[in-house]
Ligand binder design. Sequence first.
Ligand code: PLP
Length: 215
Amino acid sequence: MTLSSILSSVAQAARRVDRNPGEIRLVAVSKKQPLDRIKAALSEGHRIFGENRVQEAQAKWPSLRELYPDIEIHIVGPLQTNKVRQALELAQSIHSVDRPSLAEALARRIQEVGISPDLFVQVNTGEEPQKSGVLPKETDDFVADCHRLDLPIRGLMCIPPINEEPALHFSLLAKIAARNGLEWLSMGMSADFEVAIRLGATHVRVGSAVFGRRG
Ligand SMILES: *Cc1c(COP(=O)(O)O)cnc(C)c1O
């Protein structure tokens, strides 16, 4: 697979359910990918990339951004509070706001710097103990707390359990977002982004299907 074929699959999946392909953003998850694959995507015109580790992203993106100033970085993995400052220097969006201490650290830093990154609350839709994210039944309260902190929460994100039907989790996420008045849904990866688009994804996070297997 390649970037252009994934982009056309995204557009087709959107049109099948009468959605405008332009409202779906492909976040190309470039973690652990060789630089030449990332440069290939950049030269094809892609600008939206996802990383799951701040340190790895910091090593890669500042020099690429000198060549392509309009690069947009999305942090999609767990974020430690002591990495908030670096994350906000690097990224325009964070998909993994998953606990009060992180929300508070983000709010403090965002106010200090006066920026407005796009934030997503991560929901642990499968209620898996090893997975981060707010539990579905706690999400309404957590989103309200984030609003009280003036955090720019735009949507919700989830990673469905590996062995379950992703559609159930995507629908649940869409339902929780709707009742909280949140417009964006970060859901769908290489194996299931078309299902996610059918169920309302606005951001699909696709790694290996765009770049090939990770090293
Ligand atoms: C790695 C990763 C992805 C991309 O996964 P693929 O299966 O390679 O598409 C998406 N979201 C998150 C949070 C990830 O860590």
